[in-house]
Write a protein that binds this ligand. Structure first.
Ligand SMILES: Cc1cc2nc3c(=O)[nH]c(=O)nc-3n(C[C@H](O)[C@H](O)[C@H](O)COP(=O)(O)O)c2cc1C
Length: 216
């Protein structure tokens, strides 16, 4: 465990920028593990944890991933790129059973556990938009990883600029996987990006119903 000071989460949230460029400095395994663990702690629908992550560190593999990502240089520059995926069939292939097993172990009420399998399977079989469901879960884990990296003093860059089919090919992903986003982690090269600003609360937050401004 290093003795470096961690950034408070509030500061990490405030200061985080999507870094445009990285200097290639390595991320030690111990930190990478904490970043990944933070994501795996995220909440998910019925605790089904449909996320899957491919950690790309090998330079040749990062070069190939860059080619699948509209040639974005940071994919190759950052020493670690976390490819955040979801497995839409995970729940059918053992995740639901495993989640209920862990739940029972942790104290899930027995009357809930008995009904859960049918209720959950029915819910998931009838999702109007399975990809939306999947990415909702994946991006929560992704965000936890991004913020943990910032807390540990790293710079990050989230990316959706990639070609699904090409990333599948480079990473040899199964067909049931869908790639939600890429996260570059490392140290930025030079100055951080400008602050692009954020819309005000009066535009984006309502009090109780649409259109009513929230006054705090
Ligand atoms: C889901 C997502 C996908 C993004 N994809 C890309 C991308 O492919 N390439 C890129 O340069 N920036 C990408 N960005 C970064 C955004 O442009 C950036 O977050 C936004 O401009 C706000 O800037 P800030 O994060 O520095 O505050 C992405 C951000 C998010 C959240």
């Amino acid at each position: 465990m290093s003795n470096r000071t961690e950034k408070p989460l509030s500061l990490a949230i405030e200061q985080r920028r999507a870094s445009p460029s990285f200097n290639g400095a390595p991320v030690p395994d111990e930190d990478l593990k904490r970043i990944l663990d933070a994501g795996l702690h995220a909440p998910s629908s019925y605790n089904l944890q449909p996320w899957r992550f491919v950690v790309v560190r090998n330079p040749e593999q990062r070069r190939r991933l860059r080619a699948a990502s509209f040639n974005q240089p940071k994919v190759e520059e950052a020493s670690v790129v976390i490819v955040a995926c979801g497995d839409i069939d995970g729940w059918r292939n053992g995740d639901l059973d495993e989640s209920l097993r862990m739940g029972r172990e942790g104290g899930m009420p027995e009357n809930y556990a008995e009904q859960a399998r049918t209720v959950i399977a029915n819910y998931l079989s009838n999702l109007p938009n399975p990809t939306a469901w999947l990415f909702k879960q994946v991006m929560l884990a992704f965000t936890s990883m991004m913020l943990m990296a910032e807390v540990l003093g790293y710079d990050t860059a989230p990316m959706e600029g990639f070609e699904q089919g090409k990333v599948h090919e480079v990473l040899k992903l199964p067909l049931s996987y869908q790639v939600a986003a890429l996260l570059a982690v490392g140290y930025r090269n030079g100055e951080d990006k400008f602050y692009g600003g954020r819309f005000s609360m009066s535009q984006t937050v309502f009090d109780g119903e649409y259109g009513k401004p929230l006054r705090l």
